[in-house]
Design a protein around this ligand. Structure first.
Ligand SMILES: C[S@@+](CC[C@H](N)C(=O)[O-])C[C@H]1O[C@@H](n2cnc3c(N)ncnc32)[C@H](O)[C@@H]1O
Length: 261
């Protein structure tokens, strides 16, 4: 999970959930990207802890993102009709499920096998789900032809770090985008870096809250993912929790670049 705020405040519980002994779940390609120096420690590296979550407890992760829905303005801003859409780091499909009715073909690229399985299951149950293909892959080597997609999009996945995209990932997304198309980074985490690469920015206003399945679910997930807010979430006793309480920026913005004709 990519968060824009002080990482020290977030995910402390998650960091303690796994240890270096769990790194065996990563494939060689994943280890090379997520623990490049060969001595990765999820207790010290929160990003690595998130990668282990995706593989060891994918359903727990899916419960979290099911609560963190995208702002309707973001969904309205994305093209309604496209020939080919490529999504990178599709995860359990928070955005993919919104895209399948919009493209003749949707290619959902996701490295974590357990998340691909959840996404394939959801697509199987969805209208138009047969338009989507779920494939393994990484930002820095997208398994898609150049100039092939009208929309190339990533949601809460791309960062400037090489293992999570970086310069190579951004140029791969632009390679895949056909002239006249757009590259969109939804819920971006590093606006300065994207602006320096010519990306514009749009942000949608209005109050936003995470919508957990129940007040109990809100407390349980806050204790793991938002430990600094857990006590307040418990006292509120509500399943809807404003992002101000959780202490993160809401999923309400997009950085984008239009590919010239
Ligand atoms: C926070 S999750 C977001 C998932 C989904 N886009 C969503 O919004 O729910 C980040 C996703 O990026 C994927 N990811 C991490 N590193 C990646 C890489 N180098 N290339 C492609 N995807 C990557 C993870 O496996 C995970 O599914």
């Amino acid at each position: 999970m990519i968060r824009s705020e002080d990482p020290a405040r977030l995910g402390r519980e998650l960091r303690g959930r796994y240890s270096a002994a769990d790194l065996g779940v990563l494939t060689p390609g994943e280890l090379r990207r997520f623990a490049p120096h060969g001595n990765g420690d999820p207790r010290a590296d929160i990003t690595l802890a998130w990668e282990l979550l995706y593989r060891l407890e994918p359903e727990l992760y899916d419960r979290l993102v099911s609560a963190e829905r995208l702002h309707p303005g973001v969904l309205g801003w994305l093209p309604r009709h496209a020939d080919t859409i490529v999504e990178v780091g599709a995860g359990a499909g928070r955005l993919t499920l919104e895209l399948i009715g919009r493209g003749r073909e949707v290619v959902a690229i996701e490295p974590a096998m357990p998340l691909r399985q959840i996404l394939a299951r959801k697509l199987g149950a969805a209208d138009h789900g047969d338009r989507a293909r779920v494939v393994p892959g990484f930002f820095d080597a997208l398994p898609v032809a150049s100039d092939s997609a009208d929309l190339v999009v990533a949601c809460s996945a791309l960062t400037p770090a090489p293992g999570h995209g970086g310069e190579a990932g951004l140029s791969e997304m632009e390679r895949v985008c056909r002239p006249g198309g757009r590259v969109a980074i939804v819920w971006p985490n590093n606006l300065g870096w994207l602006a320096a690469h010519g990306y514009e920015y749009v942000c949608f206003a209005g109050p936003m809250a995470a919508e957990f399945a129940s007040p109990q679910e809100a407390v349980e997930l806050a204790r793991i993912f938002y430990p600094g807010a857990a006590e307040q979430v418990r006292r509120r006793g509500q399943r809807r929790v404003p992002y101000e309480v959780l202490g993160i920026n809401p999923p309400r913005d997009v950085a984008f670049k239009l590919a010239g004709p």
